[in-house]
Design a binder for this molecule. Structure first.
Ligand SMILES: Cc1cc2nc3c(=O)[nH]c(=O)nc-3n(C[C@H](O)[C@H](O)[C@H](O)COP(=O)(O)OP(=O)(O)OC[C@H]3O[C@@H](n4cnc5c(N)ncnc54)[C@H](O)[C@@H]3O)c2cc1C
Length: 447
């Protein structure tokens, strides 16, 4: 594909005129790739595409740093991708490495699930405001032109290109990766939306500061009976605060419109009050957002347009985690496009769809099945109890929960390899952080 000198040097747009850098390379293009949305999916796509030598423009309606309603939890999968993309955790001040997962079942019994020590980072928590801004910086350093405060307004498909209307200007491109989130304006403009679709989950988040010592250190999840298969979480951040929230599946006991009242009720629950401590104060306002988790049921591609991350409804149907999936789908979309080249959009789409349908789509089908076990009080109590039976089950449950290895490993023999359970986690070579001792006791204090 072609190469624009300015793009290759990684120009930074002036804040007074967000489109200046695009204008400098000529609005006509055509560029190899325009990425709509600079969240994890969009930045991962842009960085991967630049590595493959494509010229890339990223447009986002927001100005970074910007907040994104999220639990801020990074799974093993997400951390491997962030490491591979070259993200430096020291650029994210709130980044906190997690070594143990504290889970309380509906029966009130708390158990501790340890993650492996000394082989990299298996879980971490990082404020999205900081993480996403660091990814945008990395996309720029990689040579992508990132245009902030500029929304996609219209999209038109021509034979060998796509014309986008952004910030009142026309930009021509060979391919588009739509990484524009749950409500994907690109999907909507192309007429591909499912009427009435509002996601499988809905989740609520609030930051707390002045939290107790435990809340500042421990990653805790509670399977309260009325929220099943949803859960309540408190995730610690390096700045001493905690990201607290809960997610519920649509169509279960609680309606989405009741979540605000439910939040008041949840904050009064003794186990959460005790965990956060008497001095905890909410930071800013709470936010809520839907979570799309039906990968494979909504379009993955449409001609020269590829969908990634939440725009591809790629979050995990069991946990609602979507950062790792956004990074993975963004990278896969970009590499499929780069390898097929400008003239073979059919081949690019086939590659992307094949890779997702033979991997992540199957993992999500398995996760969906397993989440039915967590939907009842008995099932959730039994699952947590069985997972906590021995040191071996505790260790492997934590790794499985954090997507260390594929959920549908048994159904996907093409991914079997001798070291599938022994791959190092992300940041294994740079893992110089002090490691706390291994926990031999798997059962913590009952609530
Ligand atoms: C409350 C809650 C808690 C969660 N907790 C976790 C968690 O702990 N761990 C985890 O892994 N996942 C979690 N998730 C899911 C995770 O937040 C998403 O899956 C993830 O953000 C998806 O990334 P993305 O890049 O696809 O989309 P987004 O992060 O939503 O980024 C989309 C980008 O597109 C831009 N955009 C939108 N419209 C336009 C337009 N017209 N023109 C230009 N740009 C546009 C937006 O400004 C945005 O920057 C949670 C979700 C919620 C709601």
């Amino acid at each position: 594909m072609t190469s624009h000198p300015l793009v290759a040097s990684g120009s930074v747009p002036s804040s007074s005129d967000p489109l200046s850098s695009v204008r400098a390379v000529g609005l006509d293009g055509p560029f190899d790739l325009v990425v709509v949305g600079a969240g994890p999916a969009g930045c991962a796509a842009a960085i991967e595409a630049r590595r493959e030598g494509l010229d890339v423009v990223v447009v986002d309606k927001s100005t970074f740093p910007r907040d994104k309603c999220c639990g801020d939890g990074l799974t093993t999968g997400a951390l491997r991708h962030l490491d591979a993309l070259g993200l430096d955790p020291t650029h994210v001040p709130s980044w906190k490495v997690i070594h143990d997962v504290h889970i309380t079942g509906p029966d009130g019994r708390a158990r501790v699930f340890p993650l492996p020590r000394g082989r990299g980072q298996y879980a971490a928590v990082a404020r999205r405001r900081e993480l996403d801004a660091a990814l945008v910086d990395l996309a720029r350093v990689s040579g992508a032109v990132v245009v902030e405060a500029t929304a996609l307004e219209a999209i038109e498909r021509c034979d060998d290109r796509i014309e986008l209307r952004v910030g009142g200007k026309t930009v021509r491109t060979r391919y588009v990766i739509a990484a524009d989130g749950m409500w994907s304006p690109t999907r909507k403009m192309l007429g591909l939306d499912t009427p009435g679709y509002r996601g499988e989950w809905h989740a609520f988040r609030q930051y707390y500061r002045n939290v107790s010592g435990r809340a500042a250190e421990e990653l805790a999840v509670w399977f309260d009976a009325d929220l099943l298969p949803g859960y309540l979480w408190s995730f610690p951040l390096a700045d001493g605060s905690a990201n607290v929230g809960f997610g519920i599946q649509r169509g279960r006991r609680h309606g989405i419109q009741d979540m605000k009242d439910l939040w008041t009720d949840i904050l009064d629950r003794p186990h959460l009050r005790q965990f956060l401590g008497p001095d905890a104060v909410p930071e800013d306002r709470h936010t809520a957002w839907p979570i799309p988790a039906r990968l494979g049921s909504s379009p993955l591609t449409s001609g020269r347009v590829f969908f990634a991350g939440d725009a591809a409804t790629a979050t995990d149907p069991m946990t609602g985690e979507g950062i790792g999936q956004a990074l993975e789908t963004g990278r896969l979309a970009a590499s499929s496009i780069a390898r097929a080249g400008a003239r073979r959009p059919g081949l690019a789409a086939e590659r992307y769809e094949h890779q997702l349908r033979s991997g992540m789509v199957r993992d999500h089908a398995m996760a969906r099945l397993l989440s039915t076990a967590l939907a009842t009080r008995f099932g959730a109590t039994a699952s947590v109890a069985v997972a906590g039976l021995t040191p071996w089950t505790r260790r492997n449950f934590a790794r499985w929960l954090f997507e260390d290895y594929p959920r549908a490993i048994l159904a996907t023999p093409q991914r079997w390899s001798v070291d599938v359970f022994r791959q190092p986690a992300g940041y294994s070579s740079a893992d110089q952080l002090p490691q706390p001792p291994n926990r031999s006791e798997g059962v913590g204090a009952d609530r």
